[in-house]
Design a protein. Structure first.
Length: 212
C-alpha cells in the first residue's frame, strides 16, 4: 500500500483552520471542499487517459482525455459527502457510488447501512472519499466492497489519517494484487482511548452536519 501525505503550505493552512475548535460548520464545509480538490490533484496523478487529437484554432495537436470507463468516486456517508463536490469539480465525468457506514462507538467496528454501487466494477479506478482514517475498519470494509465487484485499483482520499489506520490497511491488504493508495493532508500522532484521531479535528460528520 502506498501512502502519500500532501506537503503543501496551502493544504497545511486550510487544515489548521479545519482543526480549530472555533471553526463553524459553514467554514468547515468550505475548507473540506477546498482541501479535497487540492488532495485530488495528487490523488489522480495515475488516472487513466487516452490519447486524442484536438484541433486548436491553428492546427491539429495531440492531447489526452479521461479514459473510459470513467473513474468511480465513492463518498462514505455521512462525512464523506462533504468531500464529493470538491472531487467531482476536478473529475466531472466520474460516476458516483455511495456507501453508508457508521462506526459503533463502543466496539469501533464499522457497520454498513447503505450500498449503492455499480454491480460490475471490472477494471474501474475507484476513489473513496472519507475525511477520517482512524482504526481503518471503515475504509478496509469499503475497499473490500469495491474489490468484490472487480475494481482495479482504489485510491482513498482522507483529510486526516492515524498511523494505526495506515498500519491496519497495510496488513489487511498485504500481498494483494490490486493497488491501494491513501492520499491525506496529514498523518497525525495516534488514536486516543475512544478511537479518535489526536490531535485530529474531532468528529468530522458532526462538524460538517451537526450532532444527530
Ligand atoms: O477508521 P475508523 O475507525 O473506521 O473510523 C473512521 C470513520 O468514522 C467516521 O465516520 P462515523 O462512523 O463517525 O460516521 P459519520 O460519517 O456518519 O459521522 C469517519 O468519517 C470514518 O468513516
Ligand atoms: O477522530 C475521528 C475518528 C473517527 N471519526 C471521526 O469523525 N473522527
Ligand atoms: Mg461521525
Amino acid at each position: 500500500m502506498e501512502t502519500l501525505v500532501v506537503d503543501h503550505p496551502l493544504v497545511a493552512h486550510k487544515l489548521t483552520t479545519l482543526r480549530d475548535v472555533r471553526t463553524d460548520s459553514p467554514t468547515f464545509r468550505r475548507l473540506a471542499d477546498e482541501l479535497v480538490t487540492l488532495l485530488a490533484y495528487e490523488a489522480t496523478r495515475d488516472v487513466r487517459v487516452t490519447d486524442v487529437t484536438v484541433d486548436t484554432p491553428l492546427t491539429p495537436t495531440h492531447g489526452v482525455r479521461l479514459a473510459r470507463p470513467a473513474p468511480l468516486v465513492v463518498p462514505i456517508l455521512r462525512a464523506g459527502l462533504g468531500m464529493l463536490d470538491g472531487m467531482t469539480r476536478l473529475l466531472p465525468t466520474a460516476e458516483v457510488g455511495f456507501l453508508g457506514m457508521i462506526r459503533d462507538e463502543s466496539t469501533l467496528k464499522a457497520q454498513t447501512y447503505a450500498t449503492r454501487l455499480p454491480e460490475d466494477l471490472s477494471g474501474r479506478q475507484c476513489y473513496v472519499l472519507d475525511p477520517m482514517l482512524a482504526t481503518g475498519g471503515t475504509l478496509a470494509a469499503a475497499i473490500n466492497f469495491l474489490f468484490d465487484r472487480g475494481a482495479r485499483d482504489v485510491t482513498a482520499i482522507c483529510l486526516l489519517a492515524a498511523p494505526e489506520g495506515i498500519a491496519y490497511l497495510d496488513e489487511a491488504f498485504r500481498g494483494g494484487d490490486r493497488p491501494i493508495r491513501v492520499v491525506t493532508a496529514a498523518l497525525d500522532e495516534r488514536l486516543n482511548e475512544n478511537g479518535y484521531i489526536v490531535p485530529g479535528l474531532g468528529d468530522a460528520g458532526d462538524r460538517l452536519y451537526g450532532v444527530v
